[in-house]
Design a protein around this ligand. Structure first.
Ligand code: B12
Ligand code: SF4
Ligand code: SF4
Length: 362
């Protein structure tokens, strides 16, 4: 199976049992009770399935955990451009990994059949309530670092995870030991202080703020987000184990040239159709045009470039209050105080209370 996995493009393939998450119910409950999941209600729901693969699928006997490297050749992006996180600079990994998981699962069943054993499979890549990181750690793909993601001695922090649940009895592999030692580089690198010793508060994480939340981004965090318009890599990039990482083998994960440092002035001008076309097959499309504009306007507000103000003003009439509100905030940062005040006076009939507050209208 490992040879087949390697041929399909997986970089790591190991097996664990479905009963290895005994600690997970308490951890998940605490995570949700503390509100660390923010508005990701889907994390609070079906916690029993997430914490126990046998509740998700009672027939499961073994779990094959797969890792696929998306090691970048460039991480840093110039401050005047939009920063799309490494994982989202080309094709959506859900599509790429899932296709390969299905092929590998088919090969696994075919091999078993030759030996006279019949089984069943289900494949997941962040498509069901499955705790992929602790399962991967139990299978020995790596360990959960202080940034909470799986770190591998061979691939650093740049591994996508996926799983094959099967009714077949496969011999499990031993787990990997924790190799963080006294390092805290990821915790210190986080721009918003979202990490505390192996735990994350998603509400503070730039990835959550720019990808998951459908709400407005809190004012107190906006400057810290800088030019990040989709996700964040700071904690992953800080990890010393990345020195062993290689550039992704899968061409669909190599960065598209136009997505490495896209100029903010081009992004803010995209209309809905152009947005859909540019991000077709790419993860960014998942947040939709309005939230994308919210993020781009935030980055423009942090750009210090007043020549972008007219493009921002053009968004004051957008139908979404998320966009209008962030446009107001960006203008408050780019325009001289008197110009901003006279613009506010001209927009006195803004209907949304949150956007009125951004104008300082109370
Ligand atoms: C929800 C989610 C998010 C949320 C929350 C992140 C999080 N850490 O949970 C947000 C939107 C913030 C997010 C961001 C990112 N994500 Co995400 N995300 C997920 C998802 C869907 C579920 C994760 C989950 O179960 N969280 C719930 C918490 C409770 O789990 P946990 O962090 O593992 O908690 C453990 C520890 O904190 C610890 N712990 C906590 N409290 C306590 C207390 C005690 C007593 C003990 C012992 C332990 C303990 O134990 C917990 C369980 O093991 C997974 C896919 C999946 N289905 O698993 C992808 C996944 C984790 N994400 C992934 C990626 C790539 C990212 C980003 C890098 C994307 C980006 N560039 O922007 C960032 C990284 C941010 C970060 N530092 O985590 C990858 C990670 C791959 C890897 N190598 O690990 C995954 C696995 C998707 C995939 N299939 O590849 N993500
Ligand atoms: S992804 Fe960014 S904001 Fe989120 S925990 Fe990592 S460094 Fe912090
Ligand atoms: S940066 Fe350091 S603490 Fe964080 S995951 Fe990597 S080795 Fe562990």
């Amino acid at each position: 199976m490992r040879r087949e996995a390697q041929k399909l493009g997986f970089d790591a393939c190991r097996v664990t049992r479905p009963d290895v998450l005994s600690f997970a119910p308490a951890v998940l409950d605490a995570f949700v009770a503390e509100g660390r999941h923010g508005d990701m209600d889907w994390l609070a729901e079906r916690r029993d399935w997430r914490a126990d693969p046998q509740k998700l699928w009672p027939e499961v006997r073994s779990i094959v955990m797969l890792g696929m490297s998306y090691g970048p050749d460039v991480v840093a992006v110039p401050a005047e451009a939009g920063n799309i996180s490494v994982y989202a600079r080309n094709r959506d990994y859900h599509d790429v990994v899932k296709g390969k998981l299905k092929l590998l699962a088919g090969a696994l069943l075919a091999r078993a059949k030759i030996l006279g054993v019949f089984g069943d499979v289900k494949v997941f890549v962040d498509t069901a309530p499955v705790m992929e990181k602790p399962l991967a750690a139990a299978a020995g793909l790596g360990w959960q670092g202080r940034h909470t993601n799986l770190v591998s001695r061979e691939f650093g922090s740049w591994l996508f995870l996926g799983s094959i649940f099967t009714t077949l009895d496969l011999p499990p592999d031993p787990p990997e030991a924790d190799h963080c030692g006294s390092c805290r580089a990821c915790v210190d690198a986080c721009p918003t202080g979202a990490l505390d010793g192996g735990k994350i508060d998603a509400r503070l994480c730039v990835s959550y703020l720019t990808i998951e939340t459908k709400a407005q981004i809190p004012r107190a965090l906006r400057q810290k987000i800088g030019n990040r318009i989709y996700g964040c890599d700071d904690c992953l990039a800080a990890c010393p184990w990345n020195k062993f990482a290689q550039t992704a083998r899968e061409a669909k994960f190599l960065a598209r040239a136009d997505l490495v440092a896209p100029p903010l002035r081009e992004l803010v001008a995209l209309d809905e159709a152009a947005f859909r076309q540019k991000f077709s097959g790419n993860p960014v499309k998942r947040i939709g045009h309005a939230r994308f504009l919210r993020n781009v306007l935030l980055a423009i507000g942090n750009s210090g470039d007043p020549s972008l103000a007219p493009l921002v003003e053009a968004r004051l009439g957008h139908e979404s209050p998320l966009v209008r509100g962030m446009a107001v905030w960006a203008l408050s940062r780019l325009l001289p105080r008197d110009e901003f005040a006279s613009l506010a006076a001209r927009n006195h009939n803004e209907p949304d209370p949150d956007v009125r507050a951004e104008w300082g209208m109370g």
